[in-house]
Design a protein around this ligand. Structure first.
Ligand code: WTA
Length: 653
């Protein structure tokens, strides 16, 4: 298990309790009785109340292990649910997105009526380029309004999408494009990042060289700088933008189980997995959780999920959940500290944000900068805070509540995954007494547990593997094109239950404490990266003979990547080589996967059967006394590495 026993014990000494206030409880969307509702009755009701169907579903769910289907027989369209029906209900003037660009003063207010026009015009452009029901589309963009618009346009036509985070490299993009069989890439000229530009179109061009299946590339203008365009393949969006009359592009009725999107995520091999989400269950799952967990009152709340749309959090809680609920959200293009460290707080003040949802890594960064930046702004509009992405340490939880929440707002620490599609373990504000560091209880209708090695339920206080014991509407429908890997990854350790890959403990009150990953997946700033992915990228460099990667704890990013590298005889360790290797990883995967530290070593510690002992390397990386080394082939290797690690200079750019 990745987390040490000592850590678990510290968490368990956490005795602070935060019951909901009577005022919050009285007005909350979720009342205590929600936990008493029968699982099937709950999801059947949510299925009809949250979503509008062109044809009603005839069966709630079907569970043929390990594949579930939900809302069978139902026909619906996601863009209709997220946009058109709100306009039809007379809510066209409600703001869907307050968009704030990174350059100061760059703002757009997009009402639901505007959004309908934009989505229709975009869908017509895609049609013009040959996109139809079933055409796979890759989206490689920054946080501009055209990103959710492009996603919704795809859903309008019934074209499944995969959004690739704008920080990923050309190799990462083409890998995903090829795996999904995408025919179209939607991108933008460049993205803004901390006052400089990221050349998204150029990176997409690189990727398309390795993706012969791409027929068309649609480019949205953002910065206005010149970018290369390939005649016949590439088209500016403003040149092919179509009619914005909704009648010109009616939403395609889709089956509840039609593929909605793939989201690639790291597993324990070098190849990311295409996690498949379908239409009906996903939309019900994200809108239902959004409504109860964030206590959304669409007529008055301003919701801000400060994630990137390129991750599952952005899909579910910037785009599909909030729009399905007719909510008003903030969409912000930039980083928290540009041009100043108070940027986020100025946004909250400007738009009167009532609910903020972010990650522990961001909270810790703000903690490090100090509370004075938040104090420069009026944050009194906030009434609820959320956290996601990794276990939140109690100090960060308390800081968040005191300095951002005015010691008044409830905090919902929400546990979920790309695979789960929707939040599964979480407090319900107004119902749950929260404890800093605990994600508390399974969402209504969700059956979670903690198992030991042999598959026995672990009692209160014991640690083990987090499992899910029955299906939920937004659950993954498999790994795209890889049934064997799907079964192996999630369903092989135990019979009939889903293995999440996280360690957990349940306390005497039945509250869950998440303890981090139990596999070779690291969590860097809330982003999943596998050790093997980084190792493969390093070994891809011509000078590298062998590499082993592990993570160490880091005060800001949660975990940081440490790489142990053995160079080929012809190459010499040097500071320049170190920088070169880090850049090579960024080029192969993306900047988020750059090792924080690289230690050059003539040999890696291996078992007699030749397996690299990552656990030992982790101990070295964290300066811990070494665990059991009896299986080590050459014990001298470790002390050698230890002395090199001590003299190694780290840089964390
Ligand atoms: C971790 C992000 C503790 C966990 C939505 C999970 C968390 C992985 C929490 C999924 C939380 C997410 N407490 N750990 N509240 N939320 N995690 O797929 O290890 O990017 O397996 O989805 O993040 O990351 P993913």
């Amino acid at each position: 298990m990745a987390t040490t026993g000592q850590n678990i014990d510290t968490l368990f000494l956490e005795e602070r309790r935060y019951p909901p206030s009577a005022e919050f409880a009285a007005q909350a969307n979720a009342q205590p009785s929600i936990y008493e509702e029968d699982f099937e009755a709950f999801w059947a009701r949510e299925g009809t109340e949250r979503v509008s169907w062109f044809e009603p579903f005839t069966k709630l769910y079907e569970w043929e292990l390990p594949y579930a289907k939900w809302y069978l027989g139902g026909k619906l369209n996601v863009s209709y649910n997220c946009v058109d029906r709100h306009v039809e209900a007379g809510l066209g003037t409600r703001v869907a997105y307050h968009w704030e660009g990174e350059p100061e003063g760059d703002r757009r207010e997009i009402t639901y009526a505007d959004l309908q026009k934009e989505v229709v015009a975009f869908a017509n452009a895609l049609k013009e380029l040959g996109v139809k029901k079933g055409t796979a589309v890759a989206i490689y963009m920054g946080m501009i309004p055209e990103l959710p618009i492009a996603m919704l346009a795809c859903t309008r036509l019934g074209a499944p999408h995969t959004v690739v985070f704008g920080g990923f490299s050309a190799d990462s993009l083409s890998g995903r494009v090829n795996d999904m069989g995408c025919e179209v890439v939607i991108t933008q000229d460049e993205a803004w990042r901390r006052g400089t530009t990221v050349a998204l179109k150029k990176i997409a061009d690189e990727a398309m060289k390795d993706s012969p299946g791409i027929k068309k590339c649609l480019v949205v203008r953002r910065t206005g700088n010149e970018v290369p365009m390939t005649e016949g393949r590439d088209h500016w969006y403003h040149d092919v933008r179509g009619s914005d009359d909704p009648a010109s592009c009616p939403p395609e009725p889709m089956d509840a189980e039609d593929l909605l999107f793939l989201m690639y995520t790291s597993g324990t091999t070098a190849k990311p997995k295409g996690i498949a989400h379908t239409t009906g269950g996903y939309l019900v799952g994200v809108s239902s959780t959004h409504r109860y967990i964030f206590d959304i009152k669409p007529e008055q709340d301003v919701f801000w999920c400060a994630a990137d749309v390129g991750w599952i959090t952005g899909h579910s809680y910037i785009v599909y959940g909030p729009l399905c609920n007719g909510a008003t959200s903030v969409l912000y293009e930039g980083t928290p500290d540009y041009p100043g460290k108070d940027r986020w707080w100025s946004i909250i003040e400007r738009y009167g944000v009532t609910i903020l949802y972010t990650a522990p890594t961001a909270i810790r960064a703000h903690m490090k900068w100090g509370p004075e930046y938040a104090q420069q702004h009026d944050l009194s509009s906030l009434r609820l805070l959320g956290s996601v992405g990794e276990p939140i340490n109690p100090e960060a939880w308390i800081w968040y509540r005191e300095h951002i929440g005015g010691d008044r707002t409830p905090i919902v620490d929400t546990w979920w995954q790309t695979e789960t599609g929707m939040i599964l373990i979480t407090p319900l504000p107004g119902v749950t007494t929260t404890k800093p560091g605990s994600a508390t209880k399974p969402f209504p209708g969700v059956d979670a547990g903690v198992f030991d090695e042999r598959g026995n339920e672990v009692g209160p206080g014991g640690g083990g593997y987090l499992v899910l014991k029955r299906p939920w509407p937004a659950m993954l429908r498999g790994i795209f094109g890889d049934d064997a890997r799907y079964r192996e990854t999630y369903w092989s350790k135990y019979d009939n239950v889903y293995l999440a890959g996280d360690g957990a403990r349940i306390d005497q009150d039945g509250d869950f404490w998440l303890l981090g990953r139990v596999d070779d997946v690291m969590n860097i700033s809330g982003h999943r990266i596998s050790t093997i992915e980084v190792e493969s990228a390093l070994v891809d460099h011509p000078d590298v003979a062998e590499a082993a990667v592990c993570s160490r704890k880091d005060a800001t990013t949660g975990e940081a990547i440490v790489a142990y590298v053995t160079l080929k005889g012809s190459a010499e360790p040097s500071t320049a080589k170190l920088a070169e290797l880090r850049d090579h990883v960024a080029k192969k995967i993306g900047a988020i996967a750059k090792p924080a530290n690289i230690v050059f070593t003539p040999e890696l510690p291996k078992t007699r059967s030749g397996k690299i002992m990552r656990r030992l390397l982790r101990d070295v990386a964290e300066n811990r006394p070494l665990g059991d080394t009896t299986t080590l082939a050459d014990a001298a290797v470790v002390s050698e590495i230890q002395s090199r690690a001590e003299s190694e200079s780290s840089d964390d750019s």
